[in-house]
Ligand binder design. Structure first.
Ligand code: GDD
Ligand code: MN
Length: 361
C-alpha cells in the first residue's frame, strides 16, 4: 500500500452557492483530521450566483473553482475536473451535501488497498436514502439501476459519489459525456475489475433544488443504448446483420414473384432475385450494420460481400451434408439441418463481412 497519495475531489456545480460554505467546511475538516494531501476542484457552469466570487474570497490554496462559460452538463464538468486534477486519486461528489464528505477517507482507503473503483452506495447493507424521498424518485432510481444491470453488477452505479485512481481513468476507452451518469460511463469504459461499494446515507439535498430534469432522464436512455453497443459490440453488429439477412429473404421472394408475374423464365427469375437480395443486403449492411464502411469505396466492398456470400452458401450446403451424414434420421425432417446450415452460413458471412469486407481502418 502506497502512503500519502494525493487526492483530487471534483465537484460539479450549477447554482449551488448556498451549499458551498458547508461543503467546503466539512471537506476541510476531513482534510485536516486525516492529514490528507487533498485538493478540491469545483467545476461550475457559469452559475452567476456568486459561487465564483465566494470561493475566490476564501483564498484557500487547496480549493479552486473553474468556471466554464462555453459548455454545460454534469458529466462533461466532471471530465473537465479530471483534466485539471493533479491527484493520484479522483473523488467525485455532489455539492448539495447528499453525499457525506466524511466518507471520503473510506473511499480513499479502498483505492489504496487495491480497488479499481469505489462507489458510495445506497443499495448495500447499511446504505440508505433519505426517508423524504418520494416513492416516485425511489422507483425511478430503481428502474434506472435495473436497466443498467447487464452493463455492471454494481448495486448502485448511479449514486454519483465515487472514487477511482488516475491510472485506471487514463486507460479508459474514449468517453462520451452525455447525461449525468458519469460513474456508469467510467465503469463500462475503464478497465475496472475490482469494484468496492461502501454504504452511504444519501441525504436530501441541503439547499436549492435538483437540476435533474425529465430531459436528462431521456438522455439516460440514449446513453444506455451507447453503452450497450460499446460493451456488446459484436453482438450488436450480429443482431443488425441477422435482421438484414432476414429482410433479404423477403426481398428475394418478392422479386421472384414480380419477375415470374412478368413472364421471365423461372430459373432466370430465381437467379436475378438472389442477386437483388444480395444487393439489398449489401446496401443495408453498409449503411446500418457497419456505418463506418462508407469511408471506403463501395466497389471492392461489393465484390468482397458477394464473394463472402457465395462462400457462405457453400458452407451452408456443406453443413447440411455433414449433419445428414452424422444423423441420417434427419432426412425425414430436412428443415432442421437446413436451419442449422443457414445459421452456419450467416455466422460465416458475418465474420467475413465484419473483419474483411467492411473492416474498420
Ligand atoms: N457543472 C455542472 N453542470 N454541474 C451540474 C449540472 C451541470 O449542468 N447539473 C447538475 N450539476 C451538479 C449539481 O449542482 C450538483 O452538485 C450535482 O451536479 C448533482 O445535481 P443534483 O441536481 O443535485 O442532482 P440529483 O440530486 O437529482 O442527482 C444526484 O443523485 C442521483 C441519484 O439519485 C446525482 O448525484 C446523480 O448523479 C445521481 O444519479
Ligand atoms: Mn442532489
Amino acid at each position: 500500500m502506497q502512503m500519502m497519495q494525493s487526492i483530487s475531489v471534483v465537484v460539479p456545480t450549477y447554482k449551488e452557492r448556498d451549499n458551498l460554505p458547508e461543503l467546503i467546511n466539512r471537506i476541510q475538516k476531513v482534510r485536516e483530521d486525516h492529514h490528507l494531501n487533498l485538493e478540491l476542484i469545483i467545476v461550475d457552469d457559469n452559475s452567476k450566483d456568486g459561487s465564483e466570487e465566494y470561493v475566490q474570497s476564501l483564498g484557500l490554496p487547496w480549493c479552486r473553482i473553474l468556471v466554464r462559460r462555453d459548455e454545460k452538463g454534469l458529466s462533461s464538468a466532471v471530465l473537465k475536473g479530471f483534466t485539471e486534477a493533479q491527484g493520484d486519486i479522483f473523488v467525485v461528489m455532489d455539492a448539495d451535501l447528499s453525499h457525506p464528505p466524511e466518507k471520503i477517507p473510506e473511499l480513499i482507503e479502498q483505492i489504496q488497498t487495491g480497488a479499481d473503483m469505489v462507489m458510495g452506495s445506497r443499495y448495500v447493507p447499511g446504505g440508505k436514502t433519505d426517508e423524504e424521498w418520494g416513492i416516485f424518485r425511489w422507483l425511478n432510481s430503481k428502474i434506472a439501476t435495473l436497466l443498467a444491470r447487464p452493463l455492471t453488477s454494481v448495486k448502485d452505479p448511479m449514486s454519483g459519489f465515487f472514487a477511482l485512481p488516475r491510472r485506471i481513468y487514463e486507460k479508459s476507452a474514449p468517453l462520451n459525456p452525455t447525461g449525468y451518469k458519469i460513474a456508469l460511463e467510467l465503469l463500462v469504459k475503464c478497465p475496472v475489475e475490482k469494484v468496492v461499494e461502501i454504504p452511504i446515507y444519501f441525504s436530501q439535498r441541503a439547499k436549492g433544488k435538483s437540476k435533474l430534469s425529465i430531459k436528462e432522464q431521456f438522455k439516460y436512455l440514449v446513453h444506455l443504448r451507447r453503452l450497450y453497443s460499446f460493451k456488446y459490440e459484436n453482438l450488436t453488429y450480429f443482431l443488425h446483420f441477422s435482421i438484414i439477412g432476414f429482410s433479404g429473404t423477403i426481398v428475394n421472394l418478392l422479386a421472384l414473384t414480380i419477375l415470374v408475374f412478368f413472364g421471365i423464365p423461372v430459373r432466370l427469375s430465381v437467379a436475378i432475385s438472389i442477386i437483388i437480395a444480395m444487393l439489398s443486403n449489401f446496401v443495408l449492411n453498409r449503411r446500418f450494420t457497419f456505418p463506418h464502411a462508407v469511408e471506403s469505396h463501395w466497389f471492392p466492398q461489393l465484390i468482397g460481400f458477394m464473394s463472402a456470400c457465395s462462400i457462405g452458401a457453400v458452407i451452408n450446403y456443406i453443413t447440411v451434408l455433414i449433419l445428414l451424414y452424422i444423423f441420417p434420421l434427419l432426412e425425414n425432417i430436412p428443415q432442421i439441418p437446413a436451419l442449422v446450415g443457414i445459421l452456419a452460413g450467416l455466422i460465416f458471412n458475418f465474420i467475413l463481412s465484419k473483419n474483411f469486407v467492411f473492416r474498420k481502418k
